[in-house]
Design a protein around this ligand. Sequence first.
Ligand code: ATP
Ligand code: MG
Length: 299
Amino acid sequence: STPVRDRLRIAIQKSGRLAEPARALLASCGLSWRESRDRLFCYGESLPVDLLLVRDDDIPGLIADGVCDLGVVGRNVLLEQGGGRVGNGAAPAFREWRALGFGGCRLALAVPDAWDWQGPEQLTGKRIATSYPALLSQWLAGQGIAAEVVLLSGSVEIAPRLGQAEAICDLVSSGATLTANQLKPVMTLLESEAVLAGPVETLDAARGELAELLLRRLDGALRIRHSKLLLFQASRRVLPDLLPLLPDAEAPTVMQLDGADDLALQALCHGAVTWQRLEDLKRAGARGLMVLPVEGMLA
Ligand code: ATP
Ligand code: MG
């Protein structure tokens, strides 16, 4: 049997789209690491939470095997590998714990520009190239369509030009790659973003407590990611006009200033505090507006 580990281990992408934002998010939860020379393992200094730097495709398997406790990976990869496991009769071994709000993209079905797209039935009998065979097969089955899934590990978008397939199913963010290959997206199979993945079961003992602590900090960090603290003054009578202008604000703290009916207010705003919005607030009677960054929040 494997020895009990009392340090939490999190797998993140070594390099690529999710590498830096994953690290930055974990750092904003108060984690710091001593870099190792091989840069595959980072020893946690502020808390017993270590990082393993790997290919994103390896992350779900590392969780399933118990090598890592948690991982930051695209929902697309997590669901594809989860679907693959279930297709092979294996029990689900990992699940999405939190959506992280970066690495946004979608898994889309794309067909040649020249096609007059009428609907999924048009795919009957066609070959569709993809690196996401489980997700594509699931979707085709759900639509009741018999098409051939052609598995390619990369360069999926040139498959139609190479005569390997008629359509493709691939990740899209801006759509520029599709356009460059004379393809157009016609259906979205999955909206994806980076997620915190963990085991289906909760972790036990020391690692469970660490994971709980991390989740609480993560929820705080995610909640305030775009939040600002707004300070201003106003007279009591303009409040009914002012308060609805605060972008997604929590109930403000209101302080009475000496003498007149002047108030000082502070409001935590989770929506975007734009220049436009500040000007609207000023016009509605707010004075001395000040926008402050929010470094941390613990609910
Ligand atoms: P690795 O070397 O770790 O296997 P990779 O090439 O498989 O890297 P990246 O291209 O860095 O992976 O993408 C990682 C994740 O970023 C994807 O799985 C997806 O969730 C997300 N992503 C966001 N936008 C895009 C996009 N336009 N194309 C591909 N992936 C995207
Ligand atoms: Mg990969």
